[in-house]
Design a protein around this ligand. Structure first.
Ligand SMILES: C[S@@+](CC[C@H](N)C(=O)[O-])C[C@H]1O[C@@H](n2cnc3c(N)ncnc32)[C@H](O)[C@@H]1O
Length: 278
């Protein structure tokens, strides 16, 4: 193992488990310090300039504070594309990639799609890129998230209309007509905070994460009600959900009048997606 990689691993010992420390060491050496991956795995040493040594110390101190590596890099990968991320937006998750992959298999190529709570824009932009004949609109209440999403859209040359909307208070108008509404809204209950890792709790935006214990389905219920007005007949809802509330979400959608409601598991066998038809 190269000297820098073993120094990084030793430095992160106790803060990260050995597998994660190894992964971080590879990312730092290859993606930040510019070492070729093959040289990294061959254990070749890197000669660091004084500036690079200082940069390495700064990265290690940020990692000691549990800052996610994606915020340190300033980017995250989602379905083969690179998205800019800052602590103003949620870091896109693999489960959300699964949601988009499922949608790409099921959606008509010419769809009017609304993404509620777009964050980095990962869902909306991926759909717009993969379904270029569709019209994609994306809402978020956070101005900071919208400006990052818009920058990502521009960098990836996607066509997405971004609108600042609070879905909890928004009243639809006649122009709101969609074939599909997708959302990965905040869904972590306050009670679940205790089980969360520092890198999420201390760094990712609370606005993107939490819902009150007393009303864990608040976003899903509101979007379902809006969907009754804003979806075309046969239009679909696609939700990413908290694995603890699959059955409750299905029951709520059936009571609200949706049909063909299905609950799907993610790759880790957790209840993770709910799809419904108006
Ligand atoms: C879990 S994040 C999802 C971000 C992104 N769609 C993803 O999958 O990575 C939820 C998003 O909902 C937004 N949000 C929170 N409250 C909202 C509200 N009342 N109206 C609209 N968006 C809201 C947050 O700002 C955040 O960007």
């Amino acid at each position: 193992m190269n000297i820098t990689a073993s120094y990084i691993r030793r430095n992160l010992q106790g803060r990260y488990d050995p597998r994660e420390a190894g992964n971080l060491s590879r990312i730092i050496c290859c993606e930040i310090l510019g070492q070729q991956t093959v040289d990294y795995y061959l254990g070749k040493d890197i000669i660091l300039s004084v500036k690079e040594e200082q940069e390495l110390e700064s990265i290690l101190s940020r990692l000691h504070n549990f800052e996610p590596i994606q915020y340190i890099l300033g980017e995250a990968r989602f379905l083969g594309r690179t998205f800019r991320v800052t602590p103003g937006v949620l870091i896109p998750r693999p489960e959300t990639e699964e949601l988009v992959e499922m949608m790409l298999k099921e959606l008509s190529p010419v769809s009017r799609v609304l993404d509620v709570g777009t964050g980095s824009g990962c869902i909306a932009i991926s759909l717009a890129k993969e379904l270029p004949e569709s019209q994609v609109t994306a809402w978020d209440v956070s101005g900071e998230a919208l400006s990052i999403a818009a920058a990502n859209s521009k960098a990836l040359q996607a066509s997405v209309r971004f609108e600042q909307r609070d879905v909890l208070t928004y009243e639809p108008c006649v122009a709101d007509c969609y074939d599909v509404i997708v959302s990965n809204p905040p869904y972590v209950t306050e009670a679940e905070k205790q089980e969360m890792e520092h890198n999420v709790l201390d760094w990712e935006p609370s606005l993107a994460l939490f819902v009150p214990d007393t009303d864990p389905l608040r976003f899903y219920r509101r979007i379902a009600v809006l969907g009754l007005e804003m979806l075309t007949s046969g239009g679909k809802l696609y939700f990413e959900i908290n694995r603890a509330f699959g059955k409750d979400t299905v029951a709520m959608l059936c009571e609200t009048g949706y049909r063909a409601v299905r609950l799907q598991k993610d790759i880790s066998h957790n209840d993770r997606f709910v799809i419904a038809e108006k």
